[in-house]
Design a protein around this ligand. Structure first.
Ligand code: 0A1
Ligand code: ZN
Length: 887
């Protein structure tokens, strides 16, 4: 283990900066073996007269020179520490100028200035800017940037930075330069620079006040044909933000650049968004429907940050969810409006439950506003993003759309140009609505997923129906006991002929109220009772509609209740959720048989599920995308997470039970599956429209069930594989062949796919992913073999995620091999990756950190974590995750 242990920083220790930087002038001289960065920082002491040392952040920099007001500092006038430059004495107001030499070509952390293939690019959130030059690298120091970039003209004809282009020059020796000025003060994390041989797709957008904005998407020439969808998504986002939030774009240019090597999806740098190429490029031949939807959502997300993040930014990184939670909430609203709101919600909830609920139950659990952090890069989490969005969504539910909009208007108006806190957001919402959110604030400070236990009672004589609701929240690291939260519980009551009107005891019915079959109960105590009157029959409660709060629900539904909700409730989300609960119940029963049975006894699968699925398949008036989601069995990770709460997950029986239920559906519903499969075939050319996406989704869900039966149905997949004119159908067919075909069919299909698509990096990544998920006892050997494939590269996060990440997170049976080889494999790869890319290393540790969930394997998992903990060069990122998970 390293000598000095990295220390935590605490939210409670926040202090405003001692110095500000009014103006920042930067000059970049880019070369193949180094870059020189010259800064001129117009600095101001916040408290004039009070002499304080100036402490600038800087990491991995070679300081060439430092001057104050043009005077070079003597060696005794400053100290260079590993992560800071300290100038003990500085005037009240001065220009600090530093020259630093950095090595972008060797920077594999992909933070700061680095090279992605042949281009230079930057990633500065959260602390990347300090790898470029000495600076006050904190979001509450905002400055107006002017940046000039100089490089070889032939290799780097395009030189970009934030804001408007104000100058370009041809220089000697084949070099050239451009100068950019961004009039909006911004923190250093929003700085960006790009230099490369790029082409662009250009279009424009006329804002609501009539300004023309020049829109460009910069890519390598070969990808120019794959930018249309991103451009359209950008234009749709710009219009949507005007219409729904009244937010107009503020500069005359908006640029997006695609890069292959990127740690995350994309980054919202002011007017110069940098994107992982997998989140911009789309074509029917290379991109699946899910890929199209992802591009649309991420383009929107980054664009929306222009207001929720850039114009109003975070005071400190503990407030990260201020911009991320709100922006995810905004992009979810956009995606819902562009497609089907229920389908979008269902997909978000499935993700929240599998990823965020697991995080909340694991060793890295933290509140939406964390209180202490070792490495901020570790806090780009599902809790900050997705749970943060749920918190904003609950505020929206509590206030209603109109007051919420007043609140967001007030928030933007009050804080435009400022760096603020989650508290400021809540205050604006309270001020605009008059609604007290005091108790609601606990959602920001308490970690863990609350549990709502609901019990009911029906008094037929009195026509009274009582719901008793108890809330609790499990302990999380550092938080042993929790206070009751405000939980909006959206609900209805289902009767024989549909949803019943709702009237709480003591309420007078309001004739104005249109829909009185739906309401939101406010749960805010440890235990509460809600009594409905005028209830003429015993209803089935439809609870937590739309997942109105990020909580788990415990209500004893019978299987018949679930079938009733699944087929007849007014709320689409509840219909899907009931299908999931029913499927989980049936799979659990099979798992119990597997655990208890004698070997020769046949497994029994309750036919109720197949019957329910068959009626969904036979009703073609239902939205095909919803039917596809309803027919999708909960994943093994989700089942393992549920099992872990009940005492421990057994990946093998979970897998076997899921396979058995899947096969049962396949057999019992063959005719309806086949009928829908053929009926949904599409003759028109590919388009990423809602209707086509829905049809493909259901058709490929049918194929997945059918192919499980093998034989002629794998042939069906083979035909689709050969005939497909788009990647959605081709990849779905390949998956079916790989999962259900024989070895020969599998190897042939994988080889021919590679043969056809080896020139498309993003397609090769999908090919790697599929093999990483493959069932069968040779899976680990195959993945090990692929590490040596010429298309694999440990320095490229997309490839590492596709192969190592997907194997560890999405191939549970093979990752959790009883011999521990899966764990060993991951730890071996992370040992190498630790020296290359700390951020990705820490992210990919997640599956190992869940060792407590896997009794019987836990010691093997821990042993690998301990092996990693002993690495001499363990990064701060990995240190935090490992130590927290071993505690
Ligand atoms: N702010 C970006 C995500 C992002 C965060 C950190 C990064 O590097 C550490 C890169 C990107 C977003 O929310 O899209
Ligand atoms: Zn974001």
């Amino acid at each position: 283990m390293r000598d000095a242990q990295p220390a935590a920083v605490y939210l409670k220790d926040y202090a405003s900066p001692d110095y500000l930087i009014n103006r920042t002038e930067l000059h970049f001289e880019l070369h193949e073996d180094h870059a020189l960065v010259t800064s001129r920082l117009y600095m101001l002491r916040c408290d004039p007269g009070r002499e304080l040392p100036l402490v600038l952040n800087g990491v991995a920099l070679e300081l060439v020179s430092v001057t104050i007001d043009g005077q070079a500092l003597e060696d005794s006038e400053f100290q260079v520490e590993p992560e800071t430059l300290v100038i003990p004495k500085a005037p009240d107001q001065f220009v600090l100028s530093c020259v630093t030499r950095i090595l972008p070509q060797d920077n594999t952390s992909l933070e700061g200035l680095y090279k992605s293939q042949r281009m230079f690019c930057t990633q500065c959130e959260a602390h990347g800017f300090r790898k470029i030059t000495y600076y006050l690298d904190r979001p509450d120091v905002m400055s107006v940037f002017t940046v000039s970039v100089e490089a070889d003209q032939a290799r780097y004809p395009v030189l970009l930075s934030n804001g408007n282009l104000v100058d370009s020059k041809v220089l000697e020796d084949g070099r050239h330069s451009t100068t950019w000025h961004d009039p909006f003060p911004k923190p250093a994390y929003l700085f960006a620079l790009v230099a490369g041989d790029l082409k662009y797709l250009q279009d424009s957008f006329t804002t609501c006040s009539g300004r023309e904005v020049d829109l460009r998407i910069y890519v390598e020439e070969k990808d120019l044909g794959k930018c249309d969808h991103a451009m359209l998504s950008l234009q749709n986002s710009m219009r949507w933000d005007e219409e729904v939030y009244g937010r107009e774009y503020d500069l005359d240019v908006f640029n997006i650049v695609a890069v292959d090597d990127f740690n995350m999806g994309a980054m919202e740098n002011k007017s110069l968004n940098i994107f992982n190429s997998s989140c911009v490029l789309c074509s029917p031949e290379t991109t699946t429907d899910k890929g199209y939807q992802r591009v649309e959502a991420i383009v929107a997300h980054e664009y929306f940050h222009n207001w929720s993040g850039n114009r109003v930014t975070c005071r400190d990184w503990f407030q990260l969810s201020l911009k991320e939670g709100f922006t995810v909430f905004r992009d979810a609203g956009f995606s819902a409006d562009m497609g089907s709101p229920v389908v979008k919600r269902v997909e978000d909830v499935a993700n929240l439950r599998t990823v965020q609920f697991a995080e909340d139950a694991g060793p890295m659990a933290h509140p939406v506003r964390p209180e202490s952090v070792i490495e901020f890069n570790n806090f780009y989490t599902a809790t900050i993003y997705e749970k943060g969005a749920e918190v904003v969504r609950m505020i929206h539910t509590l206030l209603g759309a109109e007051l919420f909009r007043r609140g967001s208007d007030l928030y933007f108006e009050r804080h435009d140009g400022q760096a603020v806190t989650c508290e400021d957001f809540v205050l604006a919402m309270e001020a605009a609505s008059g609604i007290d959110l005091q108790q609601f604030r606990l959602w920001y400070s308490q970690a863990g997923t609350p549990l709502l236990r609901v019990r009911d009672e029906y008094d037929a004589d009195a026509g009274c129906y009582t719901l008793t609701v108890q809330q609790s929240c499990p302990p999380t690291p550092g938080q042993d006991s929790k206070l009751p939260m405000v939980i909006p519980l959206a609900m209805g009551l289902l009767g024989e002929a549909g949803n019943l009107p709702l009237r709480l005891v003591g309420e007078t019915p309001d004739p104005e109220t249109g829909d009185n079959t739906h309401r939101v109960l406010s749960v805010n105590q440890a235990e509460q009772r809600f009594v409905f009157e005028g209830v003429g029959e015993r209803p089935v409660p439809s609870l937590l509609r739309g997942l109105s709060a990020p909580v788990r629900l415990d209500y004893n539904y019978s299987k018949q209740d679930l079938c009733a909700l699944m087929s007849r409730d007014d709320d689409g989300f509840v219909r899907w959720d009931s299908a999931q609960t029913l499927a989980t119940r049936v799979m659990n029963e099979v798992e119990q048989q597997l655990l208890n049975r004698s070997k020769d006894k046949e497994l029994e699968v309750d036919p109720i599920l197949a019957r329910a699925y068959a009626s969904l398949l036979e009703d073609d008036s239902l939205d095909a995308a919803m039917v596809a989601d309803m027919l999708t069995l909960p994943g093994e990770n989700y089942l393992a997470e549920l099992a872990a709460r009940d005492g421990g997950a057994n990946v093998d029986t979970i897998h076997a039970a899921r396979v058995a239920v899947h096969a049962d559906i396949s057999k019992a519903c063959t005719d309806s599956l086949l009928q829908r499969y053929h009926a949904l075939a599409n003759a028109s050319p590919y388009a990423a429209t809602g209707a086509q996406i829905a049809d493909r989704s259901l058709r490929n869900t049918c194929l997945d069930y059918l192919a499980a039966a093998g034989g002629e149905y794998v042939e069906l997949a083979s035909r689709q594989f050969t005939d497909a004119d788009n990647m959605t159908d081709r990849l779905a067919a390949l998956r079916a062949i790989v999962f259900y075909g024989d070895d020969g069919q599998r190897d042939e299909a994988l080889a021919s796919f590679y043969q056809d698509w080896q020139h498309e990096v993003l397609v090769v990544n999908q090919w790697l992913q599929l093999q990483a998920m493959m069932p069968g006892s040779d899976a680990l050997d195959r993945v090990r073999g692929l590490l040596k494939h010429p298309d694999f590269d440990m320095r490229n996060p997309n490839k590492v995620r596709a192969l190592v990440g997907v194997f560890s997170a999405h191939n549970p049976v093979n990752f959790h091999r009883p011999d521990g080889q899966g764990y060993r494999f991951l730890a071996d790869q992370l040992t190498l990756l630790n020296d290359i890319n700390p951020q990705i290393t820490a992210k990919m540790l997640t599956p190992l950190t869940r060792w407590r969930n896997y009794s019987g394997r836990d010691q093997l998992m821990r042993a690998e974590l301990e092996r990693l903990a002993a690495l001499p060069s363990l990064s701060r990122d990995a240190f935090e995750v490992i130590t927290k998970s071993l505690q």
